[in-house]
Design a protein around this ligand. Sequence first.
Ligand code: GRF
Length: 192
Amino acid sequence: MEKLTGLKKIKTAVFISGTGSNLKNIIKFSKIKKSPISINLIISNTNKASGLKFADQFNIKKKIFNFQSFKKIEKKILILLKKENIKFICLAGFMKILSKNFIEKFDGKIINIHPSLLPKYKGLNTHNRAINNKDKFAGCTVHYVTAKLDSGKKILQKKIKITTKDNPSSLAKKVLRQEHKLYPAAIMKVFN
Ligand code: GRF
């Protein structure tokens, strides 16, 4: 990834579909001096994403796209990203799979956080699967986004112990707390 020149931060968009706790955390991180990125745009595929409130709270532009006709929508998003001079994308709980064509336009500049120790448990219900399989560890991974789901190069990963007391929901909470540390660290790594 290109080195930072001077104090200019890389204009970044965050894509969400839900609560947006990672989004909030990335926004807060982006405001510290050493952050290589600024958050200039929030994109969601649904107006039901409660994380959209952080756009208003932090005065960041937001846009909701209905992903029913994928090709058209992605074209519109690309136009918006260009208009806003967005150079980097963080997916944070975004529940749509972007097309190969879209990803190629931002090659190496889209990253995602996934709540498992990739390559284990790509896709959904990661915590259920880890507990059902009696795994000793769960975790989270920040990785580059490629056309193959949850398969791009790993940037950082954090391992978390699963205890006998854990259920999918307690584990999700534990992992999420670590996600909030991992995502900013991964962003720093990308730009260093
Ligand atoms: C996180 O667990 C993330 O790893 C996954 O979706 C969840 C999003 O949580 N991709 P939030 O919306 O950031 O609170």
